[in-house]
Design a protein around this ligand. Structure first.
Ligand code: NAD
Length: 499
């Protein structure tokens, strides 16, 4: 019988009651390995009620105690990393070493959240007036929710729930229905680490679950990561229901290759950042922009054999460069974009559409594809493909390369490869993109900086993890206090001013 994945509410795994299910595939074989329950409105409401009740006592715990749960959770996840990575790879399709990275980059935000006693310190001003002191507090919001994508099923849930819970909130996670098992296990481990039941709940589901979270007045804030169309919908709907919302969307990350760059380094960076995890990363480089004819020809000469030599394998193969994509639907969409690129007039110089993985003929595997002479009016340039496909757009000079990145509707990440400090500095200053790499192809900020894109890659004011996460998951209260010795007799009728 097919395994059923339910929800995690009130510290326990619960079977779904909606009667609706989604398929969870093994992308290596193409088989359905489990059915995930898709929550009905009433199931999400029950989780919200549970969280609201648990949050009051959790917020009353001192921050050191909340930090200790995070320390213990770090330990438990670290001990279980190998089996978590295997579970992750079996539903997502990324290679085991890459799954270890997914877990590790999430744990780094848990490490950041361990510093919560320090991070929550407010401000204090003594003697702002006669006998008057003023101070500010950061207090939790209450019940908050996170809606996360399939491509980082460990990292992104941890980016969301670790700072939120450390700040004293209760959290409802709605992970991707494609790979829900790792988020479910992480929630169990949080309870084992000492988190009171009900403070972290996982509801699996689709639009019905998400819409419940967006409209229920008990949910105070929503953090979303996924595609831009859904990000925009979540941002607008959540805000219309009075919630604090930040949403992180899709991407089309460019790498500008200047003529003075080390072409071998640049080509290696493009291979890793373009094809790692089968291109299913929001920080994947999907557009290479060599500057000048000579640089373009030199880069293509290096790139073509490297794309042809990519080692594709099942996710259990530790030597593979990348594994299968997540679903047949994703595979069809990516192949469709490659067909479209040919019709649009781009030159497909490496064609991986018909790649078949020996022994895994029904798996969702695709070979690496490389397009040359892509232009900015083509859909394969404008739209996110989210697969192992790299487009090369030849720019005549640096200004054209910069303009391409700036005029693109997405603004998540970007990189420049150069040995010219002036060019790198100018680029970092003028490029209209949220995360910039100088000779670094995937410039994902570390946990103690904040992560977020610009333009249609990010909606909302505050970014994820780092200092912004503490601001996002708390509200500020400012207290002005005066003791009787500072109070004069008589009523004051004018607005108080401090002269
Ligand atoms: P997705 O938008 O399909 O799904 C994301 C989440 O939204 C899932 O939990 C899903 O169940 C939910 N959802 C889907 N359709 C919905 C609807 N109509 N109404 C309400 N909720 C809905 O994204 P995905 O395919 O899981 O992930 C890939 C996308 O995520 C890519 O576009 C990628 O660039 C983006 N991404 C962005 C970042 C970032 O930080 N900017 C990070 C990772 C992934």
């Amino acid at each position: 019988m097919t395994r059923e994945i339910g929800h995690f509410v009130g510290g326990k795994t619960q079977a779904g009651t909606s009667g609706r299910f989604g398929d969870v595939f093994d992308p290596n074989t193409g088989d359905v390995q489990a059915k995930v329950s898709l929550a009905a409105r009433s199931e999400v409401e029950a989780a919200i009620a549970n969280a609201a009740e648990a949050q009051v006592e959790w917020a009353a715990q001192n921050p050191q105690k909340r930090a200790r749960v995070m320390f213990k959770f770090l330990d438990l996840v670290t001990q279980e990393k190998e089996s978590l990575a295997e579970l992750l790879s079996s539903e997502h399709g990324k290679t085991l070493p890459d799954s270890h990275g997914d877990i590790q980059r999430g744990l780094e935000v848990v490490e950041f959240a361990c510093g919560i006693p320090h991070l929550l310190k407010g401000e204090y001003s003594e003697g702002v007036g006669p006998g008057i002191d003023m101070y500010s507090l950061r207090q939790p919001l209450g019940v908050v929710a996170g809606i996360t994508p399939f491509n980082f099923p460990a990292m992104i849930p941890m980016w969301k729930f670790a700072p939120a819970i450390a700040c004293g909130n209760a959290f409802i996670l709605k992970p991707s229905e494609r790979d829900p098992s790792v988020p479910m296990r992480l929630a169990e481990l949080m309870i084992e680490a000492g988190l009171p039941e009900g403070v972290l709940n996982v509801v699996n589901g689709d639009k019905e679950a998400v819409d419940t979270l967006l409209t229920d007045p008990r949910v105070q804030a929503i953090g979303f990561v996924g595609s831009s169309a859904i990000a925009e919908y979540i941002y607008a709907t959540g805000a219309a229901h009075g919630k604090r919302v930040h949403c992180f969307g899709g991407a089309k990350n460019h790498m500008i290759v200047m003529p003075d760059a080390d072409m071998t380094q640049a080509a290696d960076a493009l291979i890793g950042a373009g094809y790692g995890s089968a291109g299913e990363r929001c920080m994947a480089v999907s557009v290479a922009v060599p500057v000048g004819q000579q640089a373009a020809d030199a880069l293509m000469e290096k790139l073509i054999p490297k794309v042809e030599a990519l080692k594709i394998g099942p996710s259990s193969d530790r030597e593979a460069d990348y594994g299968p994509v997540v679903t047949q639907q994703a595979l069809d969409r990516i192949r469709g974009y490659v067909d479209l690129g040919i019709k649009e007039g781009a030159d497909l110089v490496v064609d991986g559409r018909d790649f078949v993985m020996q022994g895994y003929e029904n798996g969702f595997f695709m070979g690496g594809c490389l397009f040359d002479n892509v232009t900015s009016d083509m859909r394969i340039y404008k739209e996110e493909i989210f697969g192992p496909v790299l487009s090369v757009v030849r720019a005549k000079d640096y200004d054209e390369g910069l303009r391409l990145a700036n005029e693109h509707e997405y603004g998540n990440g970007v990189a420049i490869y150069t040995r010219d400090g002036d060019a790198a500095r100018d680029f970092a200053a003028r490029v209209q993109i949220g995360m910039v790499g100088v000779n670094v192809p995937i410039p994902v900020p570390l946990a103690y900086y904040s992560f977020g894109g610009w333009k249609r890659s990010g909606f909302g004011d505050l970014n994820q993890h780092g200092p912004d996460s503490v601001k996002f998951y708390t509200k500020t209260k400012t207290v002005t206090s005066r003791w009787p010795s500072g109070i004069k007799d008589g009523a004051e009728f004018v607005i108080p001013t401090m002269r």
